[in-house]
Design a protein around this ligand. Structure first.
Ligand SMILES: [Zn+2]
Length: 290
């Protein structure tokens, strides 16, 4: 069932677990993520950046793939289709394409006031159509779709101001970064997370860069108010590893091993298996109806 992300994330805050938001790249990704969520009866968010949408031709194609899969696979758990790190213009494209949730990332605007003002506008328009909205305060380190940032810690007062603009959930930099974490990474700032949580109350908070953070650290962040965890690189790594093993074993050169249905199968199974592990780590398994 395709829904917005508001109820599932509010339930996660109440139940002290987090909902995984997995990025999709194509049909294999979307189908595998849905299989994992349905098997564990977990709510799930499938999200897409503008870069991944371009790869799949358009946001409309992404929306059609996910909507059709949810229906044709008889997926019973709540699924939200979310725009990840959207520009102001991307948000409108996704609203038109049938996404149920959007992230407006105004953290790269010249000033915080511009971020706040544009976020408020998107909230009004999206809410009128029943679409949930994520905003971002403070940069998140690493590079995602060519957008780099220094990864500063989010300012709690700015988080509160954006929360008051009516967003449904909020991404705040707490030392997390996109991509793989360097060996000298200092870890998440739980102090900053607690300061933000104290000001925004029950607003679900979002942890970007969910790949490679030690599980205990993730679970502590969930106890402190993180209710949505973005995972992108992790599934890319397991897909690549499974595909490489298939080719290195020479299986693509045996019989009809070159058939894409055979060639892509190990990667697809690896995505399902890893997504299931993460859903359990985040505690959302069995919470499809919470
Ligand atoms: Zn992100």
């Amino acid at each position: 069932m395709l829904v917005n992300a508001t109820n599932m994330l509010n339930s996660a805050v109440r139940g002290h677990y987090a909902v995984a938001a997995f990025n999709t790249n194509n049909l294999e990704w979307a189908a595998s993520i849905l299989d994992a969520a349905e098997e564990l009866q977990s709510p799930v968010i499938i999200q897409c950046t503008s870069g991944a949408a371009k790869w799949q031709v358009s946001f409309q194609v992404v929306a059609d793939i996910v909507r059709d899969l949810v229906e044709a696979k008889n997926i019973t758990v709540p699924v939200a289709l979310h725009l990840d790190h959207g520009t102001y213009e991307d948000c409108f494209k996704c609203i038109d394409a049938g996404f149920t949730s959007v992230m407006y990332d105004g953290s790269h605007e010249e000033t915080f006031d511009i971020n706040l003002q544009k976020t408020s506008e998107i909230v009004k328009i999206a809410h009128a159509k029943g679409i949930s909205v994520e905003a971002e305060v403070g940069g998140i380190g690493g590079v995602e779709d060519g957008v780099a940032s220094k990864g500063e810690l989010a300012d709690p007062a700015q988080c509160k101001a954006i929360a008051d603009a009516g967003v449904d959930f909020l991404a705040c930099g707490i030392g997390n970064i996109h991509g793989l974490y360097p060996d000298n990474w200092e870890g998440l700032s739980f102090d900053r997370l607690a300061e933000i949580k104290a000001l925004v109350g029950d607003l679900p908070l979002v942890l970007h860069g969910g790949t490679g953070i030690p599980t205990e650290m993730v679970q502590k962040a969930i106890r402190l108010g993180i209710a949505k965890i973005n995972v992108n690189t992790d599934l890319q790594v397991v897909f690549a590893k499974a595909t490489r093993e298939y080719i290195e074993a020479g299986l693509d050169q045996q019989g009809k091993g070159y058939d894409p249905r055979k060639l892509l199968k190990p990667g697809r199974e690896a995505i399902v298996a890893r997504a299931k592990e993460l859903l359990c780590d985040f505690g959302s398994d069995g919470k499809g109806w919470a």
